[in-house]
Each structure stands twice: as structure tokens, then as C-alpha cells.
Design a binder for this molecule. Structure first.
Ligand code: NAD
Ligand code: GLY
Length: 374
């Protein structure tokens, strides 16, 4: 287990993720990136590599580099092309090219500075370079701060399926600097709110009540509201991952809305819909499936749909085919990682605040898709 950063003198919050010797803190607060103390207590190494992208680098890479220079003799930066469409082998190789060009050894620490795309790729690079080097997540999107940077899922996409090539590999620390959210485009803020909303129906209805009453403050980027949303989201995720790190069961509930959502992302072409947008719409579809399975009532679905809409997210599914739209969704969903022997497994709401994973008859799923798509 790594020692913690020195946050005693600042107003940062910490959530601990408990995984035995792979336990680590998630630090949440303002002005963390520029403060060398944020990065105290990491393993000693001569070199560090900041992995970021062409959008985030001009905003934050030099600030992070200056803070890291207090701890590492050499701090390199690699800028990846921006976007989900670049979450590929070719882009991953740019990280390995940089590590090898600088003769980085197996003590080198990688820092993922960016959203979920950078975080997932950096984590996978860290898992595989010299069979594993340490890495730190420095998420700069709301989605990455509440979900993708936490829990150790790393991956790249394959043309036939999203996040299909990857590894479970935990970071040493997650640093969520709230100030980075000030530059986030509004569409990306909404995408992050989809993953925040997700935690309510699957685990904590009181949190869902709070999100409903705070949605205007969250959309206005009120720092107190965002800090609470990130902290509670991370607490719920830490609890689930602490019980089921490798998704042998429980962890799958974190994929509420993702089965439909991944079909939307793949069917529309990666990058056309943001991941969070697809998840937002996918949650409406999964809630509607839950209703048709007799697990929740129509008021629950309407409530969730209204909140997702207020968060600026789509609530109506796109048509993925003009011929057989539901058939196209079904074909794409069969590639989902939760599918077993060709049977699609859905995360459903099994009563408010409780999730379950189960199959559903194709005919019923077709009805849901027909009802939810334009
Ligand atoms: P993203 O990484 O593409 O970032 C969104 C956009 O915001 C990008 O253009 C990025 O350059 C830009 N950006 C990032 N930070 C910024 C900032 N502070 N200011 C201005 N612009 C900024 O998308 P995302 O929504 O962060 O992550 C989505 C990815 O995360 C998907 O690939 C998804 O599969 C993955 N994901 C992984 C997990 C997991 O558990 N590993 C969970 C959820 C999602
Ligand atoms: N985002 C789902 C998970 O981490 O399991």
C-alpha cells in the first residue's frame, strides 16, 4: 500500500479504495494539480511520464509537470490525439514509443492527465510496459473523476467492440482537481452527470433525491455541489469495487445503462455520441426494460427520464438501422462483455436503489427499443 499525499493542511476530501495491498486514496479538492504535496509519498523514481492529449496539454500539462519536478529528475510529456476514435493500438504505441525513446525503466511512474480515454489508455500502457509500471490517475473530466479513473479498468477499443482489449490494473492514487472542471465543455459536463446519476438508482435513492434537488447547481458548476457529487459517487464505486474488483458479480451493476449505451456508441460510430450521452439514454432504456419486467413502476421511469433530460442528456435513442433497428441493437449488444454464451445480460433496477443483472427475452427487448427510439 502506498503512503498518502499530504493533504492535512488543505480542504481536500479523501475516499479510500480498499483492495488489500493495492489500496489507494482518491483525493478530491481544488488547486491540487499545482501543489507538489499532492504527489508526495509516491514510489521514488528518476523518471515520470505525463500522458495527456492535444486538448488537455495546453491547459494543464505544464502545471502538473512543475509539481512533479519536485519529486522526479526527469518529467516527460506525451500528447496523444484527442477523442474516442483514437482509443486504439496505434495511439497506445505512442506511449510505448515515448517510454522506450527515453529509456524509461520499470520504476518510471506514468501520470494520466485527461478524461477517461487518456486514463484508460495510460492504465493499459502502465499494465503492460515492462509487464507493469506504477501509474497515477489525474482525471480532468467529471466522468473520469466519478467513474473511469477509479477501480482499475483499463482498455482500448477494437473495431468490433468497445473496451474489448485491456486489463484490470489499479492506480497508486487518483487526484481529482475540481478546478480542472472549469474548462470542461458543457456537453462533457452533462456526460459526466450521467455517471453521477447512475449511482442513485443502483445504490442510493437518497443520493438520487439530492442530485434532483441540486441539478441546477451541478449544471452551474457550483464547486460545493460538484465536490459532494464526486465524493459520494467515488464512495459508492469504492464500496462496490472493494467487494468485487474483477467483476465476477456485483461490479456489473456499475454498468447500468451501458449495455444499451455501448450499442449506441458502436452503432453511431465511436465519438458521434459521447460515452456519457449514450449511458444517459441507455439508462432510460434500461429503466423501461425494468418496468416491462415488472420491477419498477412508470413513475420511477418518468422520474429518471426527467432528471437525465435536465442534465442536458438525450432521453430518446437513435435509430441505428433503417431496416431492422431493434435487430441492429440486439446484434451490437451481443458483443457486450456481460453477454454469456450469446445471451445478453442487462443491469436492471430491481426496485428503487437496488440493481440486478439478468437476461430478458429478445421480444421484450425489441419492444423497449421500439418504444425508446425515434
Ligand atoms: P474523454 O476522455 O474523451 O474527454 C472528453 C473531452 O474533454 C476530450 O475532448 C478531452 O480532451 C476534453 N477534456 C478533458 N478534460 C478537459 C478539461 N478539464 N477541460 C477541457 N477539455 C477537457 O471522455 P470522458 O467522458 O472523460 O471518458 C470517456 C471514456 O471513459 C470512454 O472511453 C469510456 O469507455 C471510458 N470509461 C471507462 C471507465 C472505466 O471504468 N475505466 C468507466 C467509464 C468510462
Ligand atoms: N464503469 C464501470 C466499472 O468500473 O466497473
Amino acid at each position: 500500500m502506498q503512503s498518502s499525499p499530504d493533504i492535512s493542511s488543505r480542504s481536500a476530501a479523501q475516499v479510500q479504495i480498499n483492495l488489500g495491498e493495492r489500496s489507494y486514496p482518491i483525493v478530491i479538492g481544488g488547486a491540487l494539480l499545482a501543489d507538489p504535496a499532492t504527489f508526495a509519498g509516491l514510489p521514488r523514481a528518476a523518471q515520470a511520464l505525463i500522458v495527456t492529449n492535444t486538448t488537455v496539454a495546453p491547459l494543464y500539462a505544464s502545471t502538473l509537470k512543475a509539481a512533479l519536478q519536485a519529486h522526479f529528475t526527469m518529467v516527460h510529456i506525451v500528447e496523444l490525439p484527442d477523442g474516442e476514435a483514437h482509443k486504439t493500438w496505434e495511439t497506445l504505441n505512442l506511449i510505448f514509443d515515448t517510454l522506450l525513446a527515453h529509456a524509461c525503466d520499470r520504476k518510471t511512474v506514468l501520470f494520466a492527465l485527461g478524461g477517461g480515454v487518456v486514463g484508460d489508455m495510460t492504465g493499459f500502457a502502465a499494465a503492460s510496459y515492462m509487464r507493469g509500471v506504477p501509474f497515477v490517475q489525474v482525471p480532468t473530466t467529471l466522468l473520469a473523476q466519478v467513474d473511469s479513473s477509479v477501480g482499475g479498468k483499463t482498455a482500448i477499443n477494437h473495431p468490433l467492440g468497445k473496451n474489448m482489449i485491456g486489463a484490470f490494473y489499479q492506480p497508486l492514487r487518483v487526484v481529482c482537481d475540481l478546478d480542472t472542471l472549469k474548462t470542461l465543455p458543457p456537453r462533457e459536463l452533462s456526460a459526466g452527470l450521467a455517471e453521477v446519476i447512475k449511482y442513485g438508482p443502483i445504490a442510493d435513492m437518497a443520493f438520487l433525491d439530492w442530485i434532483e434537488s441540486s441539478i441546477d447547481a451541478l449544471m452551474a458548476r457550483d464547486a460545493t455541489a460538484l465536490a459532494k457529487a464526486i465524493q459520494r459517487s467515488c464512495e459508492i464505486k469504492a464500496d462496490v469495487v472493494g467487494q468485487d474488483e474483477r467483476e465476477s458479480g456485483l461490479r456489473a451493476i456499475l454498468n447500468f445503462g451501458h449495455t444499451f449505451g455501448h450499442a449506441i456508441e458502436a452503432g453511431m460510430g465511436y465519438g458521434a455520441w459521447l460515452h456519457g450521452e449514450a449511458v444517459g439514454c441507455g439508462m432510460v432504456m434500461a429503466a423501461e426494460l425494468s418496468r416491462r419486467l415488472g420491477l419498477v413502476n412508470a413513475d420511477f421511469v418518468a422520474r429518471l427520464r426527467a432528471l437525465i433530460g435536465k442534465a442536458g442528456l438525450p432521453v430518446v435513442g437513435p435509430k441505428l438501422s433503417t431496416q431492422d433497428n431493434a435487430g441492429r441493437y440486439l446484434a451490437l449488444m451481443r458483443v457486450d462483455k456481460k453477454a454469456e454464451a450469446g445471451e445478453i445480460r442487462f443491469v436492471v433496477i430491481d426496485g428503487p436503489g437496488r440493481a440486478a443483472v439478468r437476461g430478458a427475452p429478445d421480444a421484450l427487448v425489441r419492444e423497449v427499443i421500439d418504444a425508446c427510439c425515434v
